[in-house]
Design a protein around this ligand. Structure first.
Ligand code: PGA
Ligand code: ZN
Length: 432
């Protein structure tokens, strides 16, 4: 018997994320007594076109990073706005959240306030319907068959996630040979372990970056690729066959708009957009790279077009800061032929319904989707169910250490138990 999924109450609080910074957590209670909880992640290398993450700016409280205003907005404004609505009708609920905020970029109440309620309501509705979260999400997304995503696992970090030892942000492994999600995770963990040994052998401290990967001092950006290939070989994985490499260049963060150049500070050189594309093309020649994220800056549309014309047929070109999970920006990308895949981060846009709509918009147009965590995360595992429920294809969560990351990987292991390894997409998610 269906229970009453009417929203009876909403609560919210300030909790801390994996970087020790405040974030918003909300609880949504239904008339039936069922309830759901969710918390919101936070980026470090955020794009200019993201929805607004509301912070207090009070220097005496968490150095201005408090989210007490966003929490207050949930308690005082959003709770009233959604009370009495059906949590199972996510679209109507999210519509009400957007109406309550009333701005295009969620700057009045904060995307962090909106998303906490949106996700918690989804979890509450799943509980109310007595369904696993991924199943409820599949219903919302109109997905007939939930699938287990191909993981991209962070191994080496630089940029804003690792004290800018090198300029590029993330070097990840993509397990290709695995026939199940659990095998894929095991292969990724072997590479992570092996790079750890290489760091030690190089006489370097085993420093850990924000997403749980290694943050070693390296001679150059390219050295990270050399290390990764070496680690694949030592781990017995044939580079490009058994496992491959993905790079999140995160180029927005070393692009200087004044000088219109990409400043590789760690190497003391600056590149034009064209030269940056040359460098990436050289790497694609030299290394088993299957995915390049934010190879150019968020508003370098001209450069992106050239990059796509040049490399789009060979590798996945993934837009993170470029698209910011925003339907208008994705639309422009589709029209102009920029990138061929989109990174999906719910907090870049602010509600679950808008997130699911962007996934569907991308997939309908033939762009691949990668469901992604942020560098600041909590123990919430929502993302795992989201990736499975919306048949996202690929998922990027960070490394295989730190509980904020494992919350998601471990949930995927549980979902594999439920769905069976046949539901695992594997390398097919990359069109292989
Ligand atoms: P962020 O990094 O969460 O710091 O933005 C993740 C990414 O760039 O993909
Ligand atoms: Zn990114």
């Amino acid at each position: 018997m269906a229970s009453d999924t009417t929203i009876a109450d909403v609560r919210a609080r300030q909790i801390l994320d994996s970087r020790g910074r405040p974030t918003v957590e909300a609880d949504v209670y239904l008339a039936s007594g069922a309830w759901g909880r969710a918390s919101v992640p936070s980026g470090a290398s955020t794009g200019a076109h993201e929805a607004v993450e509301l912070r207090d700016g009070d220097p005496d409280h968490y150095a201005g990073l408090g989210v007490r205003r966003a929490v207050g907005n949930v308690q005082q404004v959003l709770a009233k706005a959604v009370r009495g609505l059906d949590a199972a009708n996510q679209r109507a609920l999210d519509g009400r959240l957007l109406e309550a905020d009333g701005t295009p970029n969620k700057s009045r109440l904060g995307a962090n306030a909106l998303l906490a309620v949106s996700l918690a309501a989804c979890r509450a509705a799943a509980a109310g319907r007595d369904l696993p979260l991924y199943r409820h999400i599949a219903d919302l997304a109109g997905v007939p068959r939930a699938t287990l995503p191909l993981p991209m696992v962070n191994i080496i970090s630089g940029g804003l996630h690792a004290g800018q030892q090198i300029d590029l942000q993330d070097f990840l492994v993509v397990p290709l040979r695995a026939r199940s999600f659990s095998e894929a995770l095991a292969d990724a963990a072997a590479v992570h372990r092996t790079v750890g040994e290489l760091v030690k052998k190089a006489g370097e401290p085993q420093l850990v970056a924000d997403e749980g990967g290694w943050g070693p001092r390296l001679a150059s950006n390219e050295a990270a690729l050399e290390w990764l290939v070496a680690a694949l070989e030592i781990a017995g994985l044939r580079p490009g066959v058994d496992a491959a490499i993905a790079v999140d260049v995160a180029a927005t963060h070393f692009f200087d708009p004044q000088r219109q150049g990409y400043e590789l500070h760690s190497e003391g050189r600056a590149l034009s957009s064209h030269e940056m594309a040359d460098l990436l093309a050289t790497w694609v020649e030299r290394y088993p790279i299957v995915s390049l994220e934010d190879g150019l800056a968020e508003d370098d549309w001209q450069g992106w077009r050239e990059l796509t014309a040049r490399l789009g047929g060979r590798v996945q070109l993934l837009g993170d800061d470029l698209f910011t999970t925003n339907p208008q920006r994705l639309q422009r990308g589709l029209r102009e032929g920029t990138a061929n895949a989109i990174l999906v981060k719910a907090n870049q846009i602010g509600t679950l319904s808008e997130t699911l709509a962007v996934v569907s918009q991308a997939q309908t147009a033939g762009y691949r989707t990668v469901i992604s965590a942020r560098s600041g995360e909590t123990e919430d595992s929502f993302l795992a169910d989201l990736a499975v429920g919306c048949a996202g294809g690929q998922i990027k969560v960070g490394s295989v250490t730190r509980s904020s990351r494992l919350a998601k990987w471990n949930q995927l292991l549980r979902l594999e138990e439920e769905l069976g390894s046949a539901a695992y997409l594997g390398a097919a998610a990359l069109g292989r």
